[in-house]
Design a protein around this ligand. Structure first.
Ligand SMILES: [Zn+2]
Length: 487
Protein backbone atom coordinates (compact mmCIF):
# COMPACT_ATOMS: atom_id res chain seq x y z
CA UNK A 1 0.00 0.00 0.00
CA UNK A 2 1.18 3.54 -0.65
CA UNK A 3 0.10 6.60 1.34
CA UNK A 4 -3.05 6.93 -0.79
CA UNK A 5 -4.10 3.40 0.04
CA UNK A 6 -3.33 2.03 -3.43
CA UNK A 7 -1.83 -1.44 -3.38
CA UNK A 8 1.61 -1.74 -5.01
CA UNK A 9 1.86 -5.10 -6.81
CA UNK A 10 4.97 -7.25 -6.53
CA UNK A 11 5.83 -7.05 -10.24
CA UNK A 12 5.84 -3.21 -10.01
CA UNK A 13 8.16 -3.34 -7.01
CA UNK A 14 10.58 -5.51 -8.99
CA UNK A 15 10.48 -3.09 -11.95
CA UNK A 16 11.08 -0.12 -9.64
CA UNK A 17 14.02 -1.86 -8.05
CA UNK A 18 15.61 -2.44 -11.46
CA UNK A 19 15.29 1.24 -12.39
CA UNK A 20 17.62 2.57 -9.73
CA UNK A 21 17.52 5.71 -7.65
CA UNK A 22 16.25 8.36 -10.02
CA UNK A 23 14.98 11.06 -10.27
CA UNK A 24 12.47 9.34 -12.52
CA UNK A 25 10.12 10.35 -15.29
CA UNK A 26 7.46 7.74 -15.97
CA UNK A 27 5.56 8.30 -19.18
CA UNK A 28 2.62 6.75 -20.92
CA UNK A 29 1.38 8.03 -24.25
CA UNK A 30 -1.84 7.61 -26.15
CA UNK A 31 -3.20 9.07 -29.36
CA UNK A 32 -6.71 10.51 -28.87
CA UNK A 33 -7.77 9.38 -32.35
CA UNK A 34 -10.84 7.56 -31.05
CA UNK A 35 -12.33 6.37 -27.76
CA UNK A 36 -9.43 5.93 -25.35
CA UNK A 37 -9.70 2.58 -23.64
CA UNK A 38 -6.10 1.64 -22.95
CA UNK A 39 -6.30 1.98 -19.21
CA UNK A 40 -4.02 -1.00 -18.68
CA UNK A 41 -1.00 0.92 -19.98
CA UNK A 42 -1.70 3.89 -17.72
CA UNK A 43 -2.22 1.61 -14.72
CA UNK A 44 1.04 -0.24 -15.37
CA UNK A 45 2.82 3.12 -15.41
CA UNK A 46 0.98 4.26 -12.29
CA UNK A 47 1.91 1.10 -10.40
CA UNK A 48 5.58 1.56 -11.28
CA UNK A 49 5.47 5.28 -10.43
CA UNK A 50 3.92 4.43 -7.06
CA UNK A 51 6.51 1.74 -6.43
CA UNK A 52 9.30 4.21 -7.23
CA UNK A 53 7.80 6.80 -4.87
CA UNK A 54 7.48 4.18 -2.14
CA UNK A 55 11.22 3.61 -2.50
CA UNK A 56 11.78 7.30 -1.90
CA UNK A 57 12.55 8.31 -5.47
CA UNK A 58 11.55 11.65 -6.96
CA UNK A 59 8.99 10.85 -9.69
CA UNK A 60 7.28 12.80 -12.43
CA UNK A 61 4.37 10.81 -13.89
CA UNK A 62 3.25 11.98 -17.32
CA UNK A 63 0.38 11.10 -19.62
CA UNK A 64 1.56 12.24 -23.05
CA UNK A 65 -1.56 12.79 -25.17
CA UNK A 66 -0.51 12.70 -28.82
CA UNK A 67 -2.76 15.61 -29.80
CA UNK A 68 -0.50 16.84 -32.61
CA UNK A 69 -0.61 13.44 -34.35
CA UNK A 70 -2.29 13.41 -37.75
CA UNK A 71 -5.73 11.88 -38.15
CA UNK A 72 -4.97 8.56 -39.86
CA UNK A 73 -8.36 6.96 -40.28
CA UNK A 74 -11.92 7.60 -39.35
CA UNK A 75 -12.89 5.99 -36.04
CA UNK A 76 -16.18 4.03 -35.86
CA UNK A 77 -19.15 6.36 -35.61
CA UNK A 78 -17.34 9.39 -37.09
CA UNK A 79 -18.95 10.94 -40.21
CA UNK A 80 -17.32 10.02 -43.53
CA UNK A 81 -16.98 13.73 -44.28
CA UNK A 82 -14.10 13.79 -41.80
CA UNK A 83 -11.95 12.13 -44.47
CA UNK A 84 -11.02 15.64 -45.58
CA UNK A 85 -9.11 16.04 -42.30
CA UNK A 86 -6.92 12.98 -42.75
CA UNK A 87 -3.32 14.13 -42.24
CA UNK A 88 -4.35 17.08 -40.05
CA UNK A 89 -3.36 17.31 -36.37
CA UNK A 90 -6.04 15.91 -34.06
CA UNK A 91 -5.86 19.15 -32.10
CA UNK A 92 -6.89 21.04 -35.26
CA UNK A 93 -9.70 18.78 -36.44
CA UNK A 94 -13.18 19.81 -35.29
CA UNK A 95 -15.07 17.80 -32.68
CA UNK A 96 -17.34 15.39 -34.62
CA UNK A 97 -20.09 16.01 -32.07
CA UNK A 98 -19.39 19.68 -31.52
CA UNK A 99 -19.12 19.44 -27.74
CA UNK A 100 -15.38 20.10 -27.30
CA UNK A 101 -12.77 22.37 -28.85
CA UNK A 102 -11.32 19.69 -31.11
CA UNK A 103 -11.38 16.06 -32.19
CA UNK A 104 -8.52 15.35 -29.77
CA UNK A 105 -10.30 16.97 -26.83
CA UNK A 106 -13.50 15.07 -27.57
CA UNK A 107 -11.78 11.77 -26.85
CA UNK A 108 -9.18 12.98 -24.37
CA UNK A 109 -11.42 14.84 -21.92
CA UNK A 110 -13.62 11.88 -20.87
CA UNK A 111 -10.47 9.82 -20.32
CA UNK A 112 -8.89 12.63 -18.31
CA UNK A 113 -12.06 12.84 -16.23
CA UNK A 114 -11.87 9.12 -15.51
CA UNK A 115 -8.24 9.50 -14.37
CA UNK A 116 -9.33 12.34 -12.08
CA UNK A 117 -12.15 10.21 -10.71
CA UNK A 118 -9.54 7.56 -9.93
CA UNK A 119 -7.55 10.25 -8.10
CA UNK A 120 -4.55 9.43 -10.22
CA UNK A 121 -1.54 11.59 -9.49
CA UNK A 122 -0.66 12.18 -13.15
CA UNK A 123 0.28 15.17 -15.32
CA UNK A 124 -1.61 15.25 -18.63
CA UNK A 125 0.48 16.90 -21.36
CA UNK A 126 -0.85 17.65 -24.83
CA UNK A 127 1.82 17.12 -27.46
CA UNK A 128 0.71 20.06 -29.63
CA UNK A 129 1.34 22.35 -26.65
CA UNK A 130 4.77 20.81 -26.08
CA UNK A 131 5.69 21.43 -29.72
CA UNK A 132 4.27 24.97 -29.66
CA UNK A 133 6.08 25.67 -26.39
CA UNK A 134 9.44 24.64 -27.82
CA UNK A 135 9.95 21.56 -25.64
CA UNK A 136 10.90 19.56 -28.73
CA UNK A 137 12.97 22.22 -30.52
CA UNK A 138 16.36 20.81 -29.50
CA UNK A 139 15.58 17.22 -30.38
CA UNK A 140 14.00 18.20 -33.69
CA UNK A 141 17.15 20.09 -34.68
CA UNK A 142 19.24 17.12 -33.65
CA UNK A 143 17.01 14.75 -35.61
CA UNK A 144 17.17 16.84 -38.79
CA UNK A 145 20.93 17.10 -38.50
CA UNK A 146 21.12 13.31 -38.26
CA UNK A 147 18.61 12.54 -40.99
CA UNK A 148 20.89 10.02 -42.70
CA UNK A 149 21.58 7.98 -39.55
CA UNK A 150 17.90 7.92 -38.64
CA UNK A 151 16.96 6.83 -42.14
CA UNK A 152 19.53 4.04 -42.01
CA UNK A 153 18.16 2.74 -38.73
CA UNK A 154 14.63 2.68 -40.14
CA UNK A 155 15.83 0.88 -43.24
CA UNK A 156 17.86 -1.67 -41.32
CA UNK A 157 15.12 -2.48 -38.86
CA UNK A 158 12.22 -2.52 -41.29
CA UNK A 159 14.15 -3.95 -44.25
CA UNK A 160 12.41 -1.38 -46.44
CA UNK A 161 13.95 1.31 -48.58
CA UNK A 162 12.99 4.79 -47.35
CA UNK A 163 12.31 7.53 -49.94
CA UNK A 164 15.31 9.63 -50.95
CA UNK A 165 13.73 12.79 -49.57
CA UNK A 166 12.71 11.17 -46.30
CA UNK A 167 12.86 13.58 -43.35
CA UNK A 168 12.34 12.94 -39.64
CA UNK A 169 10.36 16.19 -39.53
CA UNK A 170 6.89 16.61 -41.04
CA UNK A 171 6.18 20.30 -41.68
CA UNK A 172 2.54 21.41 -41.61
CA UNK A 173 1.57 22.68 -45.06
CA UNK A 174 -0.74 25.66 -45.59
CA UNK A 175 -3.51 23.11 -46.23
CA UNK A 176 -3.10 21.91 -42.61
CA UNK A 177 -1.72 18.54 -43.67
CA UNK A 178 1.34 17.07 -41.98
CA UNK A 179 1.82 14.53 -44.74
CA UNK A 180 2.84 14.85 -48.35
CA UNK A 181 5.40 17.69 -48.12
CA UNK A 182 9.11 17.34 -48.84
CA UNK A 183 11.75 19.03 -46.73
CA UNK A 184 14.32 20.84 -48.93
CA UNK A 185 16.56 22.67 -46.55
CA UNK A 186 17.32 23.15 -42.85
CA UNK A 187 17.89 26.66 -41.48
CA UNK A 188 19.01 25.80 -37.92
CA UNK A 189 19.71 29.40 -36.84
CA UNK A 190 16.02 30.19 -37.45
CA UNK A 191 14.62 26.82 -36.26
CA UNK A 192 13.11 26.42 -39.71
CA UNK A 193 12.87 24.02 -42.59
CA UNK A 194 12.09 25.02 -46.14
CA UNK A 195 9.69 22.56 -47.77
CA UNK A 196 7.65 22.06 -50.89
CA UNK A 197 4.05 20.91 -50.43
CA UNK A 198 1.99 18.41 -52.46
CA UNK A 199 0.96 21.14 -54.91
CA UNK A 200 4.54 22.30 -55.48
CA UNK A 201 4.38 25.42 -53.31
CA UNK A 202 7.50 26.31 -51.39
CA UNK A 203 7.26 27.61 -47.84
CA UNK A 204 9.07 27.53 -44.47
CA UNK A 205 7.97 25.95 -41.17
CA UNK A 206 9.25 27.02 -37.74
CA UNK A 207 9.73 23.85 -35.69
CA UNK A 208 10.11 25.76 -32.43
CA UNK A 209 6.49 26.91 -32.77
CA UNK A 210 4.72 23.64 -33.52
CA UNK A 211 4.58 24.16 -37.28
CA UNK A 212 5.03 20.44 -37.80
CA UNK A 213 6.12 17.39 -35.86
CA UNK A 214 8.57 14.52 -35.87
CA UNK A 215 7.47 11.30 -37.56
CA UNK A 216 6.14 9.00 -34.87
CA UNK A 217 8.96 6.45 -34.74
CA UNK A 218 11.55 9.20 -34.37
CA UNK A 219 9.32 11.11 -31.97
CA UNK A 220 9.25 8.15 -29.61
CA UNK A 221 13.02 8.28 -29.11
CA UNK A 222 13.16 12.08 -29.20
CA UNK A 223 10.47 12.30 -26.52
CA UNK A 224 12.53 10.18 -24.13
CA UNK A 225 15.31 12.72 -24.36
CA UNK A 226 13.13 15.85 -24.39
CA UNK A 227 11.22 14.78 -21.28
CA UNK A 228 14.07 12.86 -19.55
CA UNK A 229 12.00 9.67 -19.56
CA UNK A 230 13.32 6.79 -17.45
CA UNK A 231 10.41 4.36 -17.77
CA UNK A 232 7.67 3.65 -20.30
CA UNK A 233 5.41 0.60 -20.62
CA UNK A 234 4.57 -0.81 -24.05
CA UNK A 235 1.97 -3.16 -25.45
CA UNK A 236 3.27 -6.32 -27.11
CA UNK A 237 2.60 -4.99 -30.62
CA UNK A 238 5.22 -2.24 -30.20
CA UNK A 239 7.92 -4.50 -28.85
CA UNK A 240 7.73 -7.20 -31.50
CA UNK A 241 10.63 -7.53 -33.97
CA UNK A 242 10.77 -4.54 -36.31
CA UNK A 243 8.33 -2.77 -34.01
CA UNK A 244 8.54 0.84 -32.92
CA UNK A 245 10.63 0.17 -29.82
CA UNK A 246 13.34 -1.54 -31.85
CA UNK A 247 13.87 1.58 -33.97
CA UNK A 248 13.43 3.93 -31.02
CA UNK A 249 16.00 2.07 -28.91
CA UNK A 250 18.63 2.37 -31.63
CA UNK A 251 17.79 6.00 -32.38
CA UNK A 252 17.95 6.87 -28.70
CA UNK A 253 21.37 5.38 -28.07
CA UNK A 254 23.00 5.87 -31.51
CA UNK A 255 21.62 9.28 -32.51
CA UNK A 256 20.23 11.12 -29.50
CA UNK A 257 22.88 9.77 -27.14
CA UNK A 258 20.24 9.08 -24.53
CA UNK A 259 19.95 5.85 -22.47
CA UNK A 260 16.95 3.68 -23.39
CA UNK A 261 14.36 4.01 -20.61
CA UNK A 262 13.26 1.06 -18.49
CA UNK A 263 10.43 -0.92 -20.01
CA UNK A 264 7.57 -3.22 -19.18
CA UNK A 265 5.71 -5.19 -21.81
CA UNK A 266 2.06 -5.71 -21.11
CA UNK A 267 -0.37 -8.06 -22.81
CA UNK A 268 -3.77 -7.35 -24.26
CA UNK A 269 -7.14 -7.38 -22.63
CA UNK A 270 -10.04 -8.98 -24.40
CA UNK A 271 -13.71 -8.91 -23.58
CA UNK A 272 -15.55 -12.19 -23.18
CA UNK A 273 -17.68 -12.86 -26.24
CA UNK A 274 -16.25 -9.90 -28.18
CA UNK A 275 -12.50 -10.31 -28.63
CA UNK A 276 -9.43 -8.16 -28.05
CA UNK A 277 -10.11 -4.54 -27.18
CA UNK A 278 -9.63 -2.36 -30.22
CA UNK A 279 -10.91 1.13 -30.83
CA UNK A 280 -10.79 0.66 -34.61
CA UNK A 281 -13.10 -2.34 -34.27
CA UNK A 282 -15.25 -0.55 -31.73
CA UNK A 283 -14.49 -3.22 -29.08
CA UNK A 284 -13.83 -1.00 -26.12
CA UNK A 285 -14.63 -0.64 -22.46
CA UNK A 286 -14.44 2.98 -21.46
CA UNK A 287 -13.03 3.71 -18.01
CA UNK A 288 -15.94 6.03 -17.30
CA UNK A 289 -18.43 3.24 -17.96
CA UNK A 290 -16.50 0.86 -15.76
CA UNK A 291 -16.40 3.37 -12.90
CA UNK A 292 -20.21 3.18 -12.92
CA UNK A 293 -20.07 -0.41 -11.69
CA UNK A 294 -17.01 -0.54 -9.45
CA UNK A 295 -14.77 1.69 -7.35
CA UNK A 296 -11.41 2.91 -8.75
CA UNK A 297 -9.34 0.37 -6.86
CA UNK A 298 -11.48 -2.50 -8.15
CA UNK A 299 -10.91 -1.16 -11.66
CA UNK A 300 -7.16 -1.13 -11.00
CA UNK A 301 -7.33 -4.73 -9.86
CA UNK A 302 -9.45 -5.81 -12.81
CA UNK A 303 -7.35 -4.10 -15.50
CA UNK A 304 -3.95 -5.13 -14.16
CA UNK A 305 -4.93 -8.68 -13.35
CA UNK A 306 -2.47 -10.77 -11.39
CA UNK A 307 0.33 -9.74 -13.70
CA UNK A 308 -0.12 -7.40 -16.71
CA UNK A 309 2.44 -9.31 -18.77
CA UNK A 310 -0.31 -11.90 -19.18
CA UNK A 311 -3.35 -11.59 -21.41
CA UNK A 312 -6.70 -11.56 -19.68
CA UNK A 313 -10.30 -11.87 -20.72
CA UNK A 314 -12.77 -9.72 -18.86
CA UNK A 315 -16.21 -11.03 -18.06
CA UNK A 316 -18.37 -8.16 -16.97
CA UNK A 317 -21.57 -10.17 -17.14
CA UNK A 318 -21.89 -13.51 -15.36
CA UNK A 319 -18.38 -13.50 -13.89
CA UNK A 320 -18.49 -10.02 -12.41
CA UNK A 321 -20.16 -10.78 -9.03
CA UNK A 322 -17.37 -13.21 -8.16
CA UNK A 323 -14.74 -10.64 -9.07
CA UNK A 324 -16.45 -8.08 -6.85
CA UNK A 325 -16.65 -10.54 -3.95
CA UNK A 326 -12.90 -11.14 -4.24
CA UNK A 327 -12.19 -7.44 -4.43
CA UNK A 328 -14.43 -6.62 -1.47
CA UNK A 329 -12.77 -9.31 0.64
CA UNK A 330 -9.27 -8.02 -0.21
CA UNK A 331 -10.29 -4.43 0.44
CA UNK A 332 -11.74 -5.35 3.83
CA UNK A 333 -15.25 -4.26 2.85
CA UNK A 334 -18.07 -5.59 5.07
CA UNK A 335 -19.24 -9.02 3.97
CA UNK A 336 -22.26 -9.23 1.72
CA UNK A 337 -22.27 -11.12 -1.58
CA UNK A 338 -22.40 -8.76 -4.56
CA UNK A 339 -25.35 -10.74 -5.94
CA UNK A 340 -27.24 -9.89 -2.76
CA UNK A 341 -26.42 -6.21 -3.18
CA UNK A 342 -27.81 -6.53 -6.69
CA UNK A 343 -30.99 -8.07 -5.27
CA UNK A 344 -31.28 -5.31 -2.67
CA UNK A 345 -30.59 -2.55 -5.21
CA UNK A 346 -33.27 -3.87 -7.54
CA UNK A 347 -35.73 -4.23 -4.67
CA UNK A 348 -35.39 -0.84 -2.97
CA UNK A 349 -34.12 1.42 -5.76
CA UNK A 350 -32.13 4.33 -4.36
CA UNK A 351 -33.59 4.23 -0.86
CA UNK A 352 -30.49 3.59 1.29
CA UNK A 353 -32.54 3.37 4.50
CA UNK A 354 -34.75 0.66 3.04
CA UNK A 355 -31.59 -1.07 1.78
CA UNK A 356 -30.08 -0.97 5.25
CA UNK A 357 -33.24 -2.51 6.73
CA UNK A 358 -33.18 -5.20 4.07
CA UNK A 359 -29.53 -6.01 4.70
CA UNK A 360 -30.12 -6.16 8.47
CA UNK A 361 -33.04 -8.50 8.06
CA UNK A 362 -30.86 -10.62 5.79
CA UNK A 363 -28.18 -10.84 8.47
CA UNK A 364 -25.70 -8.38 6.90
CA UNK A 365 -25.58 -6.02 9.85
CA UNK A 366 -22.12 -4.62 9.16
CA UNK A 367 -22.81 -3.85 5.50
CA UNK A 368 -25.86 -1.85 6.60
CA UNK A 369 -24.02 0.35 9.09
CA UNK A 370 -22.12 2.91 6.98
CA UNK A 371 -24.87 4.64 5.01
CA UNK A 372 -22.54 6.51 2.67
CA UNK A 373 -20.66 3.37 1.72
CA UNK A 374 -23.93 1.51 1.32
CA UNK A 375 -25.30 4.17 -1.04
CA UNK A 376 -22.14 3.80 -3.14
CA UNK A 377 -22.37 -0.03 -3.15
CA UNK A 378 -26.00 0.20 -4.24
CA UNK A 379 -25.06 2.60 -7.05
CA UNK A 380 -22.56 0.06 -8.44
CA UNK A 381 -24.94 -2.87 -7.99
CA UNK A 382 -27.86 -1.06 -9.60
CA UNK A 383 -25.83 0.09 -12.60
CA UNK A 384 -24.40 -3.38 -13.07
CA UNK A 385 -27.88 -4.91 -12.94
CA UNK A 386 -29.13 -2.46 -15.55
CA UNK A 387 -26.11 -2.45 -17.86
CA UNK A 388 -24.36 -5.80 -17.62
CA UNK A 389 -26.24 -8.41 -15.60
CA UNK A 390 -27.46 -11.56 -17.35
CA UNK A 391 -31.22 -11.54 -17.86
CA UNK A 392 -31.58 -14.21 -15.17
CA UNK A 393 -30.36 -11.76 -12.53
CA UNK A 394 -32.54 -8.83 -13.52
CA UNK A 395 -35.87 -8.23 -11.84
CA UNK A 396 -38.20 -5.67 -10.42
CA UNK A 397 -40.47 -6.17 -7.43
CA UNK A 398 -44.06 -6.39 -8.68
CA UNK A 399 -46.60 -3.98 -7.28
CA UNK A 400 -49.68 -5.21 -5.41
CA UNK A 401 -51.92 -5.33 -8.44
CA UNK A 402 -49.41 -7.20 -10.65
CA UNK A 403 -48.73 -9.61 -7.83
CA UNK A 404 -52.46 -10.34 -7.41
CA UNK A 405 -52.82 -10.88 -11.14
CA UNK A 406 -49.79 -13.21 -11.25
CA UNK A 407 -51.07 -15.12 -8.22
CA UNK A 408 -54.35 -15.74 -9.99
CA UNK A 409 -52.44 -17.55 -12.79
CA UNK A 410 -51.03 -20.13 -10.35
CA UNK A 411 -52.74 -23.48 -9.73
CA UNK A 412 -54.46 -24.43 -6.47
CA UNK A 413 -51.51 -26.43 -5.13
CA UNK A 414 -49.17 -23.49 -5.62
CA UNK A 415 -51.55 -20.99 -4.03
CA UNK A 416 -52.14 -23.26 -1.01
CA UNK A 417 -48.38 -23.66 -0.69
CA UNK A 418 -47.81 -19.88 -0.60
CA UNK A 419 -50.56 -19.43 2.01
CA UNK A 420 -49.04 -22.08 4.23
CA UNK A 421 -45.55 -20.58 3.87
CA UNK A 422 -46.84 -17.13 4.85
CA UNK A 423 -48.28 -18.63 8.04
CA UNK A 424 -44.91 -20.17 8.92
CA UNK A 425 -42.79 -17.08 8.37
CA UNK A 426 -41.88 -15.53 11.68
CA UNK A 427 -40.50 -12.06 12.41
CA UNK A 428 -36.73 -11.95 12.53
CA UNK A 429 -36.09 -15.13 10.51
CA UNK A 430 -32.83 -14.99 8.62
CA UNK A 431 -32.28 -16.02 5.01
CA UNK A 432 -31.38 -19.61 5.78
CA UNK A 433 -34.38 -20.10 8.03
CA UNK A 434 -36.70 -18.75 5.35
CA UNK A 435 -35.07 -20.95 2.74
CA UNK A 436 -35.68 -23.95 5.02
CA UNK A 437 -39.39 -23.03 5.42
CA UNK A 438 -39.80 -22.66 1.66
CA UNK A 439 -38.18 -26.00 0.98
CA UNK A 440 -39.62 -28.15 3.76
CA UNK A 441 -43.15 -26.84 3.19
CA UNK A 442 -42.91 -27.91 -0.44
CA UNK A 443 -41.67 -31.40 0.48
CA UNK A 444 -44.33 -31.90 3.14
CA UNK A 445 -47.06 -30.97 0.70
CA UNK A 446 -45.68 -33.22 -2.02
CA UNK A 447 -45.10 -30.21 -4.27
CA UNK A 448 -42.02 -30.29 -6.49
CA UNK A 449 -39.58 -27.62 -5.20
CA UNK A 450 -39.22 -26.21 -8.70
CA UNK A 451 -42.95 -25.49 -8.91
CA UNK A 452 -43.02 -24.23 -5.35
CA UNK A 453 -40.23 -21.73 -5.94
CA UNK A 454 -41.72 -20.72 -9.28
CA UNK A 455 -44.87 -19.68 -7.38
CA UNK A 456 -42.78 -17.61 -4.96
CA UNK A 457 -40.99 -15.76 -7.78
CA UNK A 458 -44.17 -15.34 -9.80
CA UNK A 459 -45.95 -13.33 -7.09
CA UNK A 460 -42.86 -11.37 -6.03
CA UNK A 461 -41.13 -10.51 -9.31
CA UNK A 462 -43.35 -11.89 -12.06
CA UNK A 463 -40.71 -14.40 -13.27
CA UNK A 464 -40.31 -18.13 -12.79
CA UNK A 465 -36.84 -17.84 -11.25
CA UNK A 466 -34.87 -15.15 -9.46
CA UNK A 467 -32.37 -14.37 -6.70
CA UNK A 468 -31.87 -16.93 -3.95
CA UNK A 469 -35.32 -16.93 -2.36
CA UNK A 470 -34.46 -17.29 1.36
CA UNK A 471 -32.24 -14.20 1.79
CA UNK A 472 -34.38 -12.25 -0.66
CA UNK A 473 -37.60 -12.87 1.27
CA UNK A 474 -35.90 -12.46 4.64
CA UNK A 475 -34.88 -8.98 3.49
CA UNK A 476 -38.39 -7.90 2.54
CA UNK A 477 -40.82 -6.49 5.10
CA UNK A 478 -42.74 -9.49 6.51
CA UNK A 479 -46.15 -7.81 6.02
CA UNK A 480 -45.43 -7.31 2.36
CA UNK A 481 -44.50 -10.98 1.90
CA UNK A 482 -47.56 -12.20 3.80
CA UNK A 483 -49.77 -9.98 1.67
CA UNK A 484 -48.23 -11.25 -1.60
CA UNK A 485 -48.47 -14.87 -0.49
CA UNK A 486 -52.16 -14.59 0.51
CA UNK A 487 -53.43 -15.45 -2.94
ZN1 LIG B 1 -17.01 16.48 -27.88
Amino acid sequence: MNERGIRIPGWAERVAESLGEGPHVVVTGISPSGNIHNLREVLVAEAVANALKARGAEVRFIFHADTIDPLRKIAPGIPESFKEYIGHSLSRVPDPEGCHDSYAEHFLVPFEEALAEMEMDIEVLRSHELYEGGVYTGVIREAIEHTDELRNILQEVSGRQMPEHWSPFLPRAASGKLTGSRVLEHVPEENKVVYVDEDGWEDAADYSKGEGKLGWRVELAARWKALNVTFEPFGKDHTSRGGSTETADRMSSEVFDYPVPGRYEYEWISIKGQGAMSSSKGIVLLPKELLRIMPPDALRKMMLGRDPSRAIELDLAGGFPRFMDEYRAEAGEPYVPFTHLVTVAQTVGEDADAAARMLRRGGYEEAARDRERLARDLYYARNWAEEWAPESMRFRLTDKEESFYNGAQLDDEQREYLREVSGRLEPGMDGEAVQEVLYSTAIERGLKPKRAFAAVYRVLIGKSSGPKAGPFIAGLPRDQVVERFSV
